[in-house]
Ligand binder design. Structure first.
Ligand SMILES: [Ca+2]
Length: 330
């Protein structure tokens, strides 16, 4: 049907334009999703409300939160046994930790205080102040990377904790908030997302989520989905693997991030309702045009209208002759 060809082409052009313009984030590629490969499982203190986890020189360091229960610990990564522990004042709610040189830097939740511990003695040797909340912390060798429960990561100077830059974390659907415990590895920052069983890998240069790791299999018997959430990522460079645990979990797990899942093709069902709401008039008109064209109704209606027009012109009274005009002028 020659008439329906241009109409269909126009329909698809309008539809494609509407979809792209209605959701700018669609231009960002969908992040790859991978499963976990479980290497081994180990004991974890179920009294530890884990807020920070990091390996350094074969030792595992962990911070635990809550007022009256906050602590900094050195833990045997194989047995889960607490080797050393410093309990903090009950006015302190400990958050993320990271090793910087011969020190461990610890965030606090709402105290605006970063405590600096000597790694040998676990004594507090200095502190920094900051505004806002403290959640997760890691050190990439140049900057401290800090989360505060939003979608923003702060890059800070490790010497004086001054703010160097910030980075918005986004995926194909927009900003990714509730960023919690962090781990700096190469060009990526791995992050727990509070309340989620997935771990995300963030491109440090762009803020885009480049990888999503489905860790729900680890949380099945541990998490209540609110308090006992997954929180704790420590990279183990010797094995190119990660130790993963959660708040008050009984286990921690050594895992690798493997087995790629193909990104899901975005189907019409997966297009957010807001997009469909914004383009429904275009869709309606396009469907009507295609329908009318394919049924040749549009052509028939046009022919009918033209016939009516010509018929109306043929029924107009004849123009008066010259003789009749002269008589009228007298
Ligand atoms: Ca960590």
């Amino acid at each position: 049907m020659p008439r329906s060809g241009p109409a269909r082409a126009a329909f698809f052009a309008v539809l494609l334009t509407a979809l792209v313009c209605s959701h700018p984030a669609a231009a960002q590629e969908q992040s790859e999703t991978v499963d976990l490969i479980l290497i081994s499982s180990h004991q974890h203190d179920s009294q530890a409300f884990t807020q920070g986890l990091e390996m350094h020189d074969g030792s595992l360091y962990e911070s635990t939160g809550l007022y009256g229960n906050s602590s900094l610990r050195e833990v045997d990564p194989t047995t889960g046994e607490v080797v050393r522990q410093v309990d903090l004042d009950e006015s302190i709610f400990a958050e993320g930790i990271t090793v910087v040189g011969e020190t461990i830097v610890m965030l606090t939740w709402k105290e605006g205080l970063a405590l600096v511990f000597d790694i040998e003695s676990l004594d507090v040797v200095s502190n920094h102040t900051y505004s806002g909340e403290g959640w997760g912390l890691c050190y990439d060798g140049t900057h401290l990377v800090m989360s505060n429960g939003t979608s923003e990561l702060a890059f800070r100077d490790p010497d004086d904790f001054s703010l160097v830059s910030t980075l918005q974390v986004t995926d194909q659907l927009g900003e990714v908030g509730l960023l919690n415990e962090l781990e700096c590895v190469g060009d990526r920052v791995y992050a727990n997302v509070w309340g989620s069983d997935s771990i995300i890998a963030i491109d440090k240069a762009t803020g885009e989520v480049s990888l999503t790791i489905d860790a729900s299999i680890l949380a099945e018997n541990e998490s209540d989905g609110y308090n006992d959430v997954m929180n704790g990522i420590a990279y183990v460079p010797e094995q190119n693997a990660f130790l993963i645990t959660g708040k008050n979990w009984t286990s921690m797990h050594l895992v690798a991030f493997g087995a790629t899942q193909a990104p899901q093709q975005e189907s019409l069902e997966s297009i957010p309702l807001s997009i469909l709401k914004s383009i429904w008039p275009v869709l309606l008109i396009a469907v009507m045009v295609v329908f009318l064209s394919s049924m040749r109704l549009l052509s028939a209606i046009m022919q009918f209208l033209m016939m009516l027009l010509f018929k109306r012109q043929a029924e107009q009274p004849p123009l008066p002759s010259e003789g009749q005009q002269g008589a009228g002028d007298g």
